[in-house]
Design a protein around this ligand. Sequence first.
Ligand code: CUA
Length: 323
Amino acid sequence: MAMIRLIASVGATLVAGCEGMQSSLHPRGPVAATLAETAWVMFIGALVITLLVTALLLYAAWRDPAKRAAVDGRRMIVIGGLVFPAVTLTALFVYGLDITQRVQPVPADALRIEVIGHQWWWEVRYPDFPDAVTANEIHIPVGRPVAITLSSADVIHSFWVPNLAGKVDALPQQQTGLWLQADEAGVYRGQCAEFCGGQHARMGLLVVAEAPADFSEWVTRQRRPKTATSAASVRGRTAFTTQGCNTCHTLRGAGATARIGPDLTHVNERHFIAAGTLPNNPDNLARWIRFNQEIKPGNAMLSFAHLDPQVVRDLVAFLRGSE
Ligand code: CUA
């Protein structure tokens, strides 16, 4: 029953914004628009050439041999086999250079963001706001270029948000990157696009594009340490240390600084937990703490099924903030 509810709620969340979701043919920014244009140029060009070649083939097969002999075979080879490919491929080469120029150079005024792939989640850091650290959810201001630096803490991952940009690998011990821009406010889903282990499929991310003022407010909130406002959340803050959560997670406001798992300071603000695996709500957070190895087998966290239910409720109260 719980499984059916989970599927229904995830389904509803996804279907709600499904039009063009995670589709490179529904670009919502200049980089993605250029790539979509390239895809259409290649597709239409290939279609025209396929029709042309098919027509010639049918002509050769079905035309009366006496009349077909009137076509000069040598000239056909020179035009169809040399001139036509040379002109087409040269035009494509020049077009390709132009596309590269439009997509690659990072605009000088870009907002800088560092994204680090982990098995199986995305760490997100804002070098201009060092204490604003999040996971699996990148907030960006609408209409401003964003330069994303990519790296990996373990194996090769691939960063791909099809509505906004192309696909670039995140490599261990080496930096790669790309830039993107969202021209419309919205939530854009992305996905790790390089097989990186058992839970590769559960390595999603969201890009939340919002008005510049909303983005600034979000950054301000992210930079604040977490506070415990209720009795339960004060107990939860203590449990965060006594139960060992602090050995893997950073949580500013609970004195935790480890960087093995995601920064949990403002986990309550994220749409999903576990890299797009579960909608973020108190029930799912409690389930994740106790049974995460059943939900996402092989992830780096231990299942805390042995915890007293009250301790789990306290932890959830602390992580969820003032609710
Ligand atoms: Cu990370 Cu696939």
